[in-house]
Design a protein around this ligand. Structure first.
Ligand SMILES: [Zn+2]
Length: 131
């Protein structure tokens, strides 16, 4: 029997959990983050360019988690000099040779890209029941 869901009776956390479960149900599959190595549901994966080679939603290789996307990939994109292809290429080559710890250290002082309602990869894994 299908249960009726009344959004007004749900807490924000319950709504987020429902969103996480439904998104994962719609697109199952797990990979590992190409930056930090954490397990990662494909439904919540991101393009890691310029830190790692570009990938698209639906691909299994070169996908990164939301934590790395917010803490490393978005800061790296914002930090690239607009219109200066040579410097962009030099920085991109440097990022690709850096491991997770080095990348984290590089953008440590960057303003946080994690919003108030940010969902960590660990929480996504927990809600989806991925061990
Ligand atoms: Zn990651």
């Amino acid at each position: 029997m299908k249960k009726n869901i009344n959004l007004e009776d749900m807490t924000y956390e319950e709504m987020q959990n429902m969103y996480i479960k439904e998104t994962y149900r719609g697109y199952r599959g797990v990979t590992t983050c190409c930056i930090c190595g954490a397990k990662l549901p494909l439904a919540f994966s991101h393009n890691p360019k310029p830190v790692r080679p570009e990938s698209w939603y639906g691909e299994r290789e070169n996908r990164c988690c939301g934590d790395c996307n917010s803490d490393i990939v978005i800061p790296a994109r914002i930090s690239l000099p607009f219109g200066d292809i040579l410097t962009c290429n030099i920085l991109t080559a440097r990022y690709r040779n850096m491991n997770h710890e080095e990348l984290r250290a590089s953008f440590k002082s960057f303003p946080s890209m994690r919003g108030d309602n940010f969902i960590t990869n660990a929480r996504i894994l927990e809600v989806c029941g991925i061990k």
